[in-house]
Write a protein that binds this ligand. Structure first.
Ligand code: JHZ
Ligand code: ZN
Length: 425
């Protein structure tokens, strides 16, 4: 029996299993380094009616591989139930849209894509990314297991298969549409538990000179900046290029270029092709060497991260309790998956944080999973009369702070919980 949280009387144990094998090298050399307690689904926002029903919780632990240094969650929650009805909408985050538009432009130019090229986006969400390719007259196809979002994409004119990507789906796509010149996967590869099947499918789906572009929050940034709240059941992997190359090489694929971006707390973008299709850029060698120096296969590497994670919990609870005593109102900003991890890990409910505002219309009127905090629109922030704002979507702090300039002038203070609990100056 798992230890269910005291703050949620309706918590029940959900169905999951423990992964014993490394997703990248397939060896059984996992070593546990972090426990975040029990969590509901990170994007499992609830309607008012659903608040009265039992809520499944799953233990959340992370491990690294002593063989290849890959970092992953241990408990696996069924992907279908987790992604079928998804409320994270790409179009909800403007900085992400800008980033995608720029990326699409760059890829069309670099790989000379035209009206004969086919671009396939995995985890295509509401079709936002593919819109930018469509504008450039490139043929596009989205694949995403979230039925609600696939329908939304179709309404926006983006053909979308509402299914999980597998090798067998890849083969069906090849039969129907031919092979892809470009496959993109932004912030989705960590959401796929079966890398062997995934990359087998990619190898089948890519043309001889085809390129796959994958972007993901970078493991060294996560460790350096103590981004422990990005660890959740949707993210099976925390990725570095060496571990990913180990997985790719099993299918005759390799990374030939890597770039870095500040988005999502520090992301890496890798470009992948069939082996020897493109020269390996210098950035791949320097990044690989940097990862080796970081010693991701050794327990000592994870020590600071463990200590800093516990400190955030202690400091945040102390601060919120103190502010409550002083009769101050604290409102959350950004009802994001990582925010739900932080709130559940710390056991913060509406008693300490009575409301959260968010830009995503789909989330308005819903409640956060586990902690049951109501979500309002951004426009309602000033009517909630905060003395303090806790920025849960800390990766978008700059954009959020700009929007809150008038509140700041009125004396409202802003708290950012990561890498350590601090006030915005
Ligand atoms: P955001 C997402 O995680 C989802 P999340 C996913 N699991 C993933 O892999 C990572 O990204 C990388 C709101 N917001 O994107 C919108 C405002 O309210 O950091 C979002 O709900 N005002 C696929 O869910 C949330 O904040 C704003 O001005 O942790 C941000 O969520 C902006 C910019 C955002 O991700
Ligand atoms: Zn491994």
């Amino acid at each position: 029996m798992i230890k269910l949280p005291a703050y949620n009387k309706l918590a029940v144990e959900g169905t999951y299993f423990d992964e014993k094998t490394c997703r990248a090298c397939l060896e059984k050399k996992l070593s546990h380094f972090l426990s975040l307690g029990c969590m509901p689904k990170p994007n499992g926002f609830l309607t008012k009616k659903a608040l009265l029903k039992p809520e499944p919780y799953y233990p959340l632990d992370a491990a690294y591989c002593k063989n290849c240094g890959h970092v992953q969650t241990i408990q696996i929650v069924d992907s279908k139930t987790m992604f079928e009805n998804y409320v994270y909408v790409t179009a909800g985050a403007k900085p992400m849209l800008d980033h995608m538009e720029e990326t699409a432009k760059e890829l069309v130019t670099r790989f000379k894509l035209n009206n004969k090229s086919l671009v396939i986006d995995l985890g295509s969400n509401d079709g936002s990314f593919l819109q930018y390719f469509k504008k450039n007259k490139v043929k596009v196809l989205g694949i995403d297991p979230a039925k609600n979002l696939a329908e939304e994409a179709e309404r926006n004119g983006i053909e979308t298969i509402a299914d999980l990507f597998t090798q067998s789906l890849a083969q069906k796509v090849v039969e129907k549409k031919g092979k892809a010149d470009l496959i993109t996967a932004f912030n989705v590869i960590a959401h796929i538990p079966t890398w062997f099947d995934l990359f087998a499918g990619i190898s089948d789906l890519l043309t001889t000179k085809g390129v796959m572009v994958i972007e993901f929050p970078y493991v060294l940034e996560m460790l350096k900046k103590n981004e422990f709240d990005t660890i959740y059941h949707e993210h099976f992997s925390y990725i570095g290029i060496n571990a990913m190359n180990v997985a790719l090489k099993k299918h005759g694929l390799e990374i030939f270029d890597v770039q870095f971006f500040t988005i999502h707390g520090g992301s890496a973008r890798v470009l992948i092709s069939h082996t020897n299709a493109y020269p390996i850029e210098k950035a791949v060698k320097t990044t690989s060497a940097k990862e080796k120096r970081a010693k991701l296969t050794e327990a000592a590497t994870y020590k600071n991260f463990q200590v800093a994670t516990k400190k955030v919990k202690k400091d945040l609870l102390t601060l919120l309790k103190k502010l409550k005593k002083e009769n101050k109102t604290v409102i959350g900003y950004g009802a994001c998956a990582k925010g739900n991890v932080l709130l559940n890990y710390c056991g913060i409910t509406s008693e300490l944080l009575p409301a959260i505002v968010d830009s995503t219309p789909l989330k308005h009127g819903l409640y956060t999973p586990g902690t049951h905090i109501p979500i309002y629109s951004e426009a309602e922030l000033s009517t909630l009369k905060p003395d303090y704002v806790l920025i849960l979507a800390w990766n978008f702090a700059e954009t959020i702070l700009k929007k809150c300039e008038p509140l700041k002038k009125d004396g409202v203070k802003f708290i950012i919980p990561i890498p350590k609990v601090h006030f915005v100056k």
